[in-house]
Design a protein around this ligand. Structure first.
Ligand SMILES: NC(=O)c1ccc[n+]([C@@H]2O[C@H](COP(=O)([O-])OP(=O)(O)OC[C@H]3O[C@@H](n4cnc5c(N)ncnc54)[C@H](O)[C@@H]3O)[C@@H](O)[C@H]2O)c1
Length: 419
């Protein structure tokens, strides 16, 4: 048995069912896997992956393994692991997994270190915690690393800050920046799964409610769109004037969080920023307001601040913590302020992760097989990869599109034809 630390290997059969089910909606990853199996482009490569341990991540790991890679997987969030999937990867696929749902901070970092013990040549991160441990505690290993990939907006921001300070030890490709990633995963994936997490944990009706979305980026747009679709009155808060105008013209009310706090029934933060909802905001909320986060880290809601002004707090149903304020008002916080879609639901639907993880697979192949000369910076996914994935996805959906004629192509590259 490969090295591992998972909850219970007896869950493996259930995990396998779940992985097999999700792969039905991942045609692009499966096409890449079939090629990898034949060509073995990753033979001899060791990958340390710090990702949400979900069925879709399992599909990615199976694909990398089919290409010949050795993979060590740990969680990129203490609450996002699907324990049955982790068990199945170990038992049925021979992949080392170190992840247990609801692990504490100490075990979370122990698991990151267990992955780094494999001495990876590629790091695959979601939020940059693995890269951070490598650079701060295990810097001697940096020369062994060829390159890395980063899955999410917050991780890309951290890595760009490291590169700007001259401390990034190797090149990283920002998977998040691929069009076939953020336009679909962040928008439609987060949109659907965040609402799913809120509904599964609360079973409350969204229709007719005031639903406050903090941050109108790719994720916020998705959540606003889906909450509106369920009949909620969506209110958006922003700090970027352009995004704010966009939200207004998309038909939503835009106001400050101080204003929104007084009228919201549901609040969801998706900013990648900290203290977007403060204790002061919570004090002005309606009795019974529901507050959650779907941004990467659990810093968007000031939970220590809220606990400090609360008379008492405690779990009232799974993933729902009641904070009773001194006034007697109650505020309900979901999933400890961690990503609600992964904590209380199952994360993004497989059909969008198909494209995100196709980007991961082809980018790792590109980095390992082609070994491009890259500096210690953050790069975007090569356009050829992005376009190839879009083409494969369309083919999988059975959708055909037009081709440029020769004449149109010339016209689009010329300037001499006007009215
Ligand atoms: N839940 C998930 O599964 C999932 C999936 C993808 C990304 N993410 C995470 O979600 C977060 C948002 O990602 P994104 O791709 O939408 O980023 P983005 O950069 O497209 O959008 C973030 C938006 O938040 C706004 N913002 C920043 N500070 C704010 C504040 N104080 N108040 C209101 N708005 C503020 C920004 O102006 C921006 O428009 C990141 O942390 C990202 O890593 C989560």
């Amino acid at each position: 048995m490969v090295k591992h630390d998972v909850k219970d290997l007896k869950l493996a059969a259930l995990g396998k069912q779940r992985i097999d089910w999700c792969e039905h909606s991942m045609p692009v990853v499966k096409i890449i896997r079939a090629r990898f199996l034949k060509e073995k482009p990753l033979k001899g490569l060791t990958v340390a992956a710090c990702l949400h341990v979900t069925s879709e991540t399992a599909a990615l790991c199976r694909t990398l393994k089919a290409g010949g890679a050795t993979i060590a997987l740990c969680a990129s969030n203490p609450l996002s692991t699907q324990d049955d999937v982790a068990a199945s990867l170990v038992k049925h696929d021979g992949i080392s997994v170190f992840a247990v749902k609801a692990e504490d901070g100490k075990r979370y970092y122990k698991h990151i270190n267990a992955c780094l013990d494999f001495h990876p040549a590629i790091t695959m991160d979601d939020g940059a915690d693995l890269v951070n441990v490598l650079h701060t505690e295990r810097a001697r290993q940096i020369p062994e690393v060829l390159a890395g990939t980063e899955e999410t907006t917050t991780g890309v921001i951290r890595l760009r800050a490291m590169a700007a300070d001259g401390v990034l030890g190797y090149p990283v490709i920002a998977i998040n920046d691929a069009d076939t990633k953020h336009l679909f995963d962040n928008r439609y994936g987060t949109g659907q799964s965040t609402i799913d997490g809120i509904i599964r944990s609360t079973n409350r009706l969204l229709a007719g409610s005031n639903f406050v979305v903090a941050g109108y980026g790719w994720c916020g747009r998705g959540v606003a769109m889906r909450a509106h679709g369920l009949g909620a009155n969506v209110i958006v808060t922003e700090i970027d004037p352009v995004k704010a105008i966009e939200a207004v013209m998309d038909g939503f009310r835009v106001m400050t969080m101080a204003e929104a706090a007084k009228i919201g029934d549901f609040f969801c933060t998706l900013t990648g920023n900290l203290k977007v909802i403060t204790a002061k905001h919570c004090e002005t909320m309606k009795d019974g307001a529901i507050v959650c986060n779907s941004g990467h880290f659990n810093v968007e809601i000031d939970l220590p601040g809220l606990a400090a002004i609360a008379r008492s707090h405690g779990e009232v149903r799974p993933f729902v913590e009641e904070f009773v304020l001194k006034s007697g008002k109650r505020v309900f916080v979901l999933a400890e302020g961690r990503l609600i879609n992964l904590a209380a639901a199952e994360g993004h639907p497989s059909a969008v992760m198909d494209m995100s993880f196709a980007n991961q697979s082809l980018t790792v192949e590109h980095l390992y097989a082609k070994r491009p000369q890259l500096e210690k910076k953050v790069y975007t996914v090569p356009k050829e990869i992005d376009h190839a994935i879009a083409g494969l996805k369309l083919a999988g959906l059975g959708v055909k599109i037009d081709k440029l004629t020769k004449e149109q192509d010339i016209y689009l590259h010329s300037y001499d034809m006007g009215t």
